[in-house]
Design a protein around this ligand. Structure first.
Ligand code: IGP
Length: 295
C-alpha cells in the first residue's frame, strides 16, 4: 500500500517526532491550555441548518497533491518561495466571513498542501469565525498543537487510523485499534474545548465514526486512492446516519446544481475548497454559489 495517504502519514510520523524534540509534549500541552478561548464550531453550523439554511465551511488551501497549486504562482522552489499576493490567508478569511461562511477550514500540512500553522493564525485573527485545523491528526501531541495554534476544531480521518503506519496494538483487530485511538483524541479535543469533525469515505469507516460522540460527520466525496470525486458517495452514506448527527458533504462541490442536489437530500453543511480558491475573490464565489441559500 503506497497510496498518497500512506505517503503523507509516513511524513507525518517524522514531523511529529521532530516537533516533539523542538517542543516537548508537556510544553505543548501547557501552551494549548493557555490559548485564547475556542469558538463554537458546532454552534456556528447548527444556528444555520436548524433554519434549513446552508452552512458553509470555507477552506483555505494553497495546493493539493492531486491538483498542484490552486492559488498563487508556483516557483520551482515552491515550498520556500515568498507567498504570492493573491494568497493572503487574512484577506481570504475576511472575504469568506463577509460573504456568509459559517466556519473556516485551513490546511496546515506543509509538505503536501503547502499550508502552515501561520496561515491558520492569520486567517483566524482576521475574522470571528471558528476554524478547523485541516491536517492529518493521529497523535495526541497534534491535538494540543492544534489548540495552541488557535484551532477550534480538529479533523479525524478514519482511513488514516487504519493505516499500519500509526497502528498501536497489533494484537487487536485494526478497527478496534483505530477506534480506541480516535476516542482518545476526541476526548482530548473536547477537554480543550475543540470540536471534532470525523471524516469517512465508505460504510465501514462510517460505522466506526458513529461510535464517536461528535455530532460532526464528514463524508469525503474524494476517493483517496484515485482522487476522483463522486457526490454519490454522500448520497449513499447519508442513509446510514441517524438524524441527530450533522452531515457535512466534503470535496468536489462546484455548481449550483450540486448545492440543490444536496439540499434536496437534507444535507445542509458543505466543505468547499478548490472552487473558491480558483476564483478571483473566494468569498464572492461563495456568495454566488449559494445565492438563495444563505439568507
Ligand atoms: O477542494 P475541494 O474539492 O472543495 O475539497 C475540500 C475538502 O473537502 C478537501 O480539501 C479535503 C477533505 N478532506 C481532506 C483531508 C485532508 C486534506 C484535504 C481534505
Amino acid at each position: 500500500m503506497s497510496d498518497i495517504l500512506d505517503r503523507i502519514l509516513a511524513v507525518k510520523k517524522q514531523e511529529i517526532a521532530v516537533a516533539q524534540m523542538q517542543k516537548p509534549f508537556d510544553s505543548m500541552r501547557t501552551e494549548a491550555q493557555a490559548a485564547p478561548a475556542s469558538r463554537d464550531f458546532v454552534e456556528a453550523i447548527r444556528s444555520r441548518i436548524q433554519h434549513q439554511r446552508a452552512a458553509v465551511i470555507a477552506e483555505i488551501k494553497r495546493a493539493s497533491p492531486s491538483k498542484g497549486v490552486l492559488r498563487g504562482a508556483a516557483g520551482k522552489d515552491v515550498g520556500k518561495a515568498p507567498i504570492p499576493e493573491d494568497f493572503v490567508p487574512a484577506d481570504i478569511a475576511a472575504s469568506y466571513a463577509r460573504n456568509g461562511a459559517a466556519c473556516l477550514s485551513v490546511l496546515t500540512d506543509e509538505q503536501f498542501f503547502m499550508g502552515s500553522a501561520d496561515f491558520l493564525q492569520q486567517a483566524r485573527a482576521a475574522c470571528e469565525l471558528p476554524v478547523l485545523r485541516k491536517d492529518f491528526i493521529l497523535d495526541e501531541y497534534q491535538v494540543y498543537e492544534a489548540r495552541a495554534m488557535g484551532a477550534d476544531c480538529i479533523l479525524l480521518i478514519v482511513a488514516a487510523f487504519f493505516s499500519p503506519i500509526f497502528q498501536q496494538d497489533a494484537t487487536v483487530n485494526q478497527g478496534d485499534d483505530a477506534l480506541v485511538r480516535m476516542r482518545k483524541l476526541e476526548t482530548v479535543a473536547h477537554q480543550l474545548g475543540m470540536a471534532v469533525l470525523v471524516e469517512v469515505h465508505n460504510a465501514d469507516e462510517l460505522e466506526l465514526a458513529l461510535q464517536l460522540t461528535t455530532p460532526l460527520i464528514g463524508i469525503n466525496n474524494r476517493n483517496l486512492k484515485t482522487f476522483v470525486t463522486m457526490l454519490d458517495t454522500t448520497l449513499q452514506l447519508v442513509k446510514q446516519i441517524p438524524p441527530e448527527r450533522i452531515i457535512i458533504t466534503e470535496s468536489g462541490i462546484r455548481t449550483p446544481d450540486d448545492i440543490t442536489l444536496m439540499l434536496s437530500q437534507h444535507i445542509y453543511t458543505f466543505l468547499i475548497g478548490e472552487t473558491f480558491m480558483r476564483a478571483p475573490d473566494p468569498g464572492v464565489a461563495l456568495a454566488n454559489l449559494f445565492t438563495t441559500n444563505l439568507a
